[in-house]
Design a protein around this ligand. Structure first.
Ligand code: TGC
Ligand code: FAD
Length: 428
């Protein structure tokens, strides 16, 4: 796309010039773009005016409002739900959904938002992704008109908070074997009773509405249920916090215990059955992670570069002068630039209806893996100071392990890709 204008502009300068020195002079006088280490492959050129404006709004909010909070939040394992309300006020929640108070922006714009948020911390991005992609996205895609009207406008404002319960204590990579179930209420017509446990659920302790996936006892098929916390009788729904995490400490994670929790049949998604329901929501969230992790990696690059330029060793040389340090920066900047371009490309295809789940598996896997590997290498540039949380790099490395694990661990995405390449199923 960009090669054509460059070759057309440079060809007349060179072709037809008799002497080499003339060619050199002509080349020297031609305007030359400068290399931008923060956007090495010029990805900004692929964005629309609206996407640039949305990205700027998100970046400004994150730098001004989230960055000052994150160190303390990480230390105390505290997630402030006001963050989702602030994001809602700026139109950052469910940004690519249309109507219901949502911005109706492009998929790429929603990715730019996750990148800005994850530049601060993957945990903050997690809280937002669950709200926007997994719960709002699920209701938008599969909900009834009443469910949409009831939940989406308040969720877009961040006034109602959501959680997405798929993983169970004994069924993570293989959610198709889940044990949570829904059976008709024996005495209350039009109600179902939900039973089972979900674990490692982002936002569950603070969620007002929990989108839980369980098997309908009569059919054995997986269905989606919206559990409204305020309507649950005591002890039928418990959502304890999981404490002492080593990663994603600035987010809140918990369990969901359902003990014959009564849910109106009207709160079930009417038409979608099987894993297509949760996986469709995951397509959006996995896309957001692919873009988000590039924000975390870019922050690692920026911090490592600054540190390497300031830190002097051996005859007062900045360590940035040494080749081994430069190679770490070059590797990381290359992977971040490629990752951003891939996310933009898949985002464009998604809006045109041409993206496949395998494409999303590919960019989720690649970007999470490369972010983790490079962040871990850049961590070495900080020497002993990497161990101090003040330098942020250790926090990013711990977070990026989680991003590589949830929404399909990387090896699971390898198997999804392997199946698509060979036609052979490796899971079972
Ligand atoms: P499989 O036979 O592959 O598929 C079953 C049905 O689902 C359909 N399907 C999809 N539909 C839409 N999008 C996708 N990406 C889809 N992938 C599969 C498929 O067409 C089929 O439909 P049908 O009509 O034929 O029934 O199912 P399997 O049981 O063999 O699945 C294996 C595998 C590995 C692909 C799958 O189980 C998997 O992806 N496992 C990873 C689990 C996972 O991603 N869990 C995420 C939990 S949520 C979370 O982590 C949120 S973290 C949020 C945060 O904090 O940011
Ligand atoms: P397992 O499935 O037990 O896998 C363990 C290891 O075995 C992995 O490396 C995996 O790749 C490998 N493995 C498994 N099967 C195979 C195979 N067939 N071939 C090769 N290797 C295999 N879930 C939700 O539903 N909602 C949430 O909001 C949510 N938030 C989360 C937040 C955090 C902080 C964390 C840590 C997790 C969260 N999860 C959430 C759960 C997450 O999606 C799961 O942890 C993930 O899907 C992996 O499942 P598991 O932990 O049970 O690992």
């Amino acid at each position: 796309m960009f090669r054509l204008p460059i070759s057309r502009a440079s060809r007349p300068l060179v072709v037809g010039l008799a002497k080499p020195q003339q060619a050199c002079r002509a080349y020297a006088s031609a305007p030359r773009s400068s290399f931008d280490w923060e956007d090495p492959l010029g990805s900004k050129n692929l964005l629309t005016e609206e996407e640039l404006a949305i990205s700027e709004t998100a970046e400004r909010y994150c730098q001004e409002q989230l960055l000052p909070r994150v160190l303390q939040a990480h230390r105390t394992e505290h997630y402030d739900p006001a963050i989702l309300r602030e994001m809602g006020e700026l139109g950052l929640l469910g940004a690519n959904l249309h109507g219901y108070g949502c911005a109706g922006a492009s998929t790429v714009a929603s990715g730019l938002i996750t990148r800005a948020v994850e530049r601060i911390d993957s945990g903050y991005r997690s809280g937002m992704s669950v709200q926007s992609s997994l719960v709002m996205g699920g209701i938008y895609e599969f909900g009834t008109a009443e469910q949409k009207e009831k939940y989406l406008p308040e969720m877009a404002k961040g006034k109602l908070l959501g959680a997405f319960g798929l993983t169970e204590p004994n069924h993570g990579s293989d959610p198709g074997s889940m044990q949570s179930s829904a059976r008709p209420h024996p005495t209350k017509k039009g109600y179902l009773l939900l039973r089972g446990s979900k674990t490692w659920i982002t936002n569950s302790p603070i969620a007002d509405v929990l989108l839980v996936w369980a098997k309908l006892r009569d059919t054995g098929k997986i269905r989606g249920f919206l559990i409204d916390r305020k309507d649950c009788p005591p002890r039928t729904l418990e959502t304890p916090k999981i404490k002492n995490k080593t990663g994603l400490r600035a987010s809140i994670t918990g369990m969901i215990h359902m003990e014959d929790c009564p849910v109106p049949e009207a709160n079930m998604f009417p038409d979608v059955e099987g894993l297509t329901g949760p996986f469709t929501c995951l397509n959006s969230a996995r896309y957001g992670i692919s873009f988000g992790t590039m924000g975390a990696l870019e922050d690692c690059i920026s911090r490592a570069r600054t540190y390497a330029l300031e830190r002097k060793q051996f005859k007062e040389n900045p360590i940035a002068k040494y080749q081994l340090v430069q190679k770490k920066l070059a590797d990381a900047a290359t992977d971040a630039a490629y990752g951003v371009l891939a996310s933009i490309q898949v985002g464009r295809l998604k809006d045109e209806g041409k993206a496949t789940p395998e494409m999303i598996s590919m960019i989720k896997r690649q970007n999470c893996d490369r972010a983790l590997v490079n962040a871990r290498a850049l961590q070495e540039i900080f020497g002993g100071n990497a161990v101090s949380d003040e330098y942020a790099i250790g926090r990013h490395v711990a977070n990026l392990f989680v991003t590589q694990t949830y929404e399909g661990q990387s090896d699971i995405h390898s198997l999804i890709l392997g199946r698509a390449i060979t036609g052979l199923q490796a899971f079972v």
